[in-house]
Write a protein that binds this ligand. Structure first.
Ligand code: ADP
Ligand code: MG
Length: 435
């Protein structure tokens, strides 16, 4: 099939370290040829390159320089730009807002609001707009939750909502990635991602996700991981999880913004299953060793995170659920987020979303330890991390969950996620036959 070739372009803005207002970093062009094949191009602006405080958008690709960068992967969108754009949830809201089923990749970037992850922004004017001053407040959560429910259920918006206001509200938080319903809200401490429970129904939650995710973040912190701060708040009788944004810092002059790229970008991988061979903690550890300002610390942190995910059966630990952030010139592994247990039927073998050792994605102690050297760990140190964490999770998941307000019933539902029998595949006595 052939169609008219199309070119569209936009400016890419960046809020530099220590600043609260954006400057123009460069220009992004998306070209679609007659065969429908998209090519993306990015070039830094001359005045940006002339700045002594200019920083690259990506630690490995898109290095500062006057070269025209070009990509045909990911529909022509560079990883660092795509990470600043919406994902499943945000696209759904934007499509609904625009009244069209599918928009161009550039439209998704332009339509999404400026509360996006990281330090980038997009627009059609060469000069960036002034930074956003007003955000939804935690007090608005009831309204936001009702709108999120309506979007999940594909219903009309709540009766009595002021049309324009609702349109604005709907777009808030859409540029944050992920699939769960969410919004960005502000309180005196700064910006939070509000994650809503899905209402009961066909695609409803199987347990109280807000409380369970809050408990997992606490459990991870108690296991020594660096983790996003979180709390649960009651909104119209329902629990909402608030996760503090680690890429924003409130100051009297506005918000400082950290640059952010996902592990998907660092691995130069794609979202599709075809590109899954690159979804690997081991490869990520190696990339981190190149990109991070503290490779030893970050590789060890990644190892702990991988172990934790195996011990809570977090099989949604795909490369968009890991990120690198740069608050100044240096890039570091971000704190952990989106930690959720799963309860697959098999108790003998569970696979993480990313490869963790010689036996691929197998979430077992032996597999996790098989490549510990590539995480810059001595075998005995790696073994101690695994053993201590396994013991801690087994003994404390329940009390941590209960203290975080997870009900007895939900604890029963998620019980088999923790330190599951197959984790010690080398100890067959652990394998309990399934009923
Ligand atoms: N604490 C945080 N600070 C900044 N960005 C975050 C934080 N937590 C998550 N994100 C970003 O928001 C996206 C969506 O959040 P996530 O918790 O993964 O939601 P979902 O459960 O829908 O996948 C993540 O992929 C990441 O880019
Ligand atoms: Mg996620």
């Amino acid at each position: 099939m052939t169609s008219d070739p199309r070119t569209s372009e936009c400016y890419v803005y960046i809020t530099l370290p220590g600043q609260t207002a954006p400057v123009t970093a460069g220009k992004y062009t998306l070209n679609t040829n007659r065969q429908g094949v998209p090519t993306g191009r990015f070039v830094y602006g001359k005045s940006y390159l002339a700045r002594p405080d200019a920083v690259p958008l990506d630690p490995i690709e898109l290095k500062l320089g006057s070269k025209v960068y070009e990509t045909v992967s990911m529909k022509g969108v560079f990883g660092a730009l795509r990470d600043a754009g919406p994902d499943y949830w945000g696209r759904r809201v934007i499509e609904r807002h625009a009244g069209k089923p599918e928009l161009s990749e550039l439209d998704y970037l332009l339509y999404s609001p400026d509360d996006r992850a990281g330090a980038l922004g997009f627009g059609l004017n060469q000069e960036p707009p002034a930074p956003k001053r007003r955000f939804n407040q935690t007090l608005d959560l009831e309204k936001l939750q009702a709108i999120a429910d309506a979007i999940v259920q594909d219903e009309d918006l709540p009766a009595g909502s002021d049309h324009e206001q609702v349109e604005d509200l709907m777009l808030i938080g859409t540029s944050m990635g992920g699939a769960r319903p969410k919004a960005v809200v502000e309180d005196d401490d700064g910006l939070w991602i509000a994650k809503f429970n899905r209402p009961p129904g066909i695609n409803g939650d199987k347990w109280n996700s807000a409380r369970v995710e809050h408990a997992m973040l606490k459990l991870a912190r108690d296991c020594g991981l660096s983790v996003s701060e979180s709390r649960v708040t009651d909104v119209a009788g329902r629990d909402v999880l608030l996760v503090k944004r680690f890429d924003r810092e409130k100051t009297p002059d506005g918000y400082l913004r950290a640059r952010m790229i996902s592990a998907l970008t660092l691995l130069r991988a794609e979202d599709t299953h075809r590109a899954r061979d690159k979804w690997s903690y081991v490869l990520l550890a190696e990339e981190l060793r190149r990109a991070s300002a503290s490779p030893q610390e970050d590789a060890a942190e990644l190892f702990r995170r991988m172990c934790f995910n195996a011990l809570i059966s977090n099989i949604e630990d795909h490369p968009r659920n890991h990120a690198l952030i740069a608050k100044d010139k240096d890039w570091r592994l971000s704190p952990a987020y989106d930690l959720t247990p799963a309860v697959p039927v098999s108790i003998e073998r569970r696979d993480l979303a990313m490869a963790c050792g010689d036996q691929g994605r197998y979430a077992s102690a032996e597999n996790l330890l098989s490549q510990s050297g590539r995480f810059l760990l001595k075998p005995e140190d790696a073994e101690k991390i695994v053993r201590d964490m396994e013991e801690y999770v087994r003994e404390n998941w329940y009390s941590t969950a209960r203290a975080a307000g997870v009900t007895e019933r939900d604890c029963n539902t998620i019980e088999s996620a923790f330190a599951y029998p197959g984790f010690r595949q080398d100890e067959p006595s652990n394998i309990i036959p399934q009923k």
